[in-house]
Write a protein that binds this ligand. Structure first.
Ligand code: GLU
Ligand code: MG
Length: 453
């Protein structure tokens, strides 16, 4: 370690000690974006920050290793130090995985960092804001689940104030913790499904946002548990209500000045988006099916990407590969304020390291190749029939995880982003997940066919 780095480390350690921290947690993610890690006493943090904590990848989902391989090491990022708001004796660190002193090829955080380096070479910082939708439930005596508030039963639950206030204590603890961490929450509300909420907070560079979303899911689960509830980031727990999106709000900024390069005052479409922004959209649309396999990564994700079946009428989730102005029926929307693009296909089970890497690389391709996404759709895309959509030359998003993985496997973008090892690992893991589901005979089939045939 260089002298300066050692001094910074000592400062960090002293600061954590002053704040009452006793343990440090070296955390990294598996293929699902779930935290894995080891805890060390603060006296051991010097070693931890140099990669002392080792893990056998074969014990985890999508950390491709044989049990006979050398362990991977977690290399924590000192800049990510986060004191757990609900357990302030512990400081969490996001980490990169290393193998034999080299970056591990299938490390999710490393994959995003590589994509961000490519953006940086072109002079761009990738800024990202995530709208976090999720459910808070309580378990029932019958082994099921239901919203915390007994009156959270109305069909159009969006923006409901009484049920928001019924959940005030848990929401206040979540929002209070987010703001304690300096995340800048600017609003929260009851979402469209029963027991569903959304917390909206400031954007930041994509690496920091991926660390934050990873930590957010851990934190919300812990805070809910403390109050006797549980939080769910399953994309679509109810078949007849809307699911949980994780809309990616994206823009590129000048790496030197920080100026938002997606802002334009003279956009001929009137959407206040620059040509760079349109090219970015075109790149995403071009690779949408492959991207979808990563930003909507589960079997259940595809039950959300349907247009109807919600008690409020529509699901608010996209079905077609198209973009529009301030219009929620498109996969990509340009919000009214302009200067950013929102991808609505992503759900809250997203592994943001991998999802952000895929979408950024696709967007950069659109810029490099000067792609044009055509005119924005201003109409309600849900009202078109499939024939009409096809006549307009618009493709449909994958309808199942199986279709999405086929698209992922077939698109050269996937290996470019993930590298050969994670590309194959992702395909193998997700194909197996799809097969497991497909081979299962469900209640729906029994109800429909057992006595019918
Ligand atoms: N919950 C919806 C979804 O699944 C989004 C609702 C909204 O527009 O905020 O994407
Ligand atoms: Mg929402």
């Amino acid at each position: 370690m260089m002298g300066e780095a050692i001094a910074e480390l000592q400062d960090l350690k002293a600061d954590l000690k002053r704040k009452g921290v006793r343990y440090a947690l070296a955390s990294f993610v598996d293929i699902h974006g779930m935290c894995k890690g080891k805890v060390v006493p603060l006296s051991h943090i010097d070693q931890m920050l140099q990669g002392s904590e080792l893990f056998t990848g074969a014990a985890l989902d999508g950390v491709p290793q044989q049990i006979s391989d050398e362990e991977v090491a977690a290399m924590p990022d000192p800049a990510s130090a986060t004191i757990l708001p609900w357990k302030p004796e512990v400081a969490w660190f996001a980490s990169d995985l290393y193998l034999e002193n080299q970056p591990f090829a299938a490390c999710c955080r490393g994959i995003l960092k590589r994509s961000l380096r490519r953006a940086a070479e072109l002079g761009f910082t990738f800024n990202l804001g995530i709208e976090t939708e999720f459910f808070i439930f309580k378990e029932t005596n019958e082994g099921g689940f239901r919203p915390v508030s007994d009156r959270d039963t109305i069909a159009k639950a969006a923006y409901a104030v009484p049920t928001l206030l019924d959940n005030y204590t848990i929401l206040d603890s979540i929002v209070g913790a987010m703001n304690q961490l300096g995340w800048g929450v600017y609003s929260f509300d009851h979402e469209d499904a029963q027991g569903q909420f959304e917390t909206d907070f400031g954007y930041c560079d994509a690496l920091k946002m991926a660390d934050r979303l990873t930590f957010f899911r851990l934190m919300v689960k812990e805070l809910a548990r403390q109050q006797g509830y549980f939080a769910s980031f399953m994309p679509k727990p109810y078949s007849n209500q809307t699911g949980s999106g994780a809309h990616y709000n994206m823009s590129l900024a000048d790496i030197h000045t920080g100026e938002n390069l997606f802002v334009s005052a003279d956009d001929p479409n009137g959407c206040k988006l620059s040509q760079l922004g349109y090219q970015f959209i075109a790149g995403i649309l071009k690779h949408a099916p492959a991207i979808c396999a990563v930003i909507a990564p589960t079997v259940n994700s595809y039950k959300r990407l349907v247009r109807q079946g919600s008690m409020s009428g529509f699901t608010w989730a996209p079905v077609y590969i198209c973009y529009g102005s301030n219009n929620r029926t498109n996969m990509i929307r340009i919000p009214l304020a302009g200067g950013r693009v929102e991808c609505r296909a992503a759900d809250i089970s997203t592994n943001l390291y991998l999802g952000a890497a895929m979408i950024l690389t696709a967007g950069l391709e659109g810029i490099r190749e000067g792609l044009d996404p055509g005119a924005p759709h201003r109409e309600n895309m849900y009202t078109y029939s499939l024939n009409e959509i096809q006549a307009m030359g618009i493709q449909t998003l994958p309808r199942t995880l199986g279709e999405a993985i086929e698209a992922f496997a077939a698109d050269p973008l996937s290996e470019e982003v993930m590298g050969a090892l994670m590309y194959q690992t992702y395909i193998d893991f997700k194909q197996q997940e799809w097969q497991d589901y497909h081979n299962h005979v469900s209640d729906w089939e029994i109800n429909r066919y057992l006595k019918f045939f």
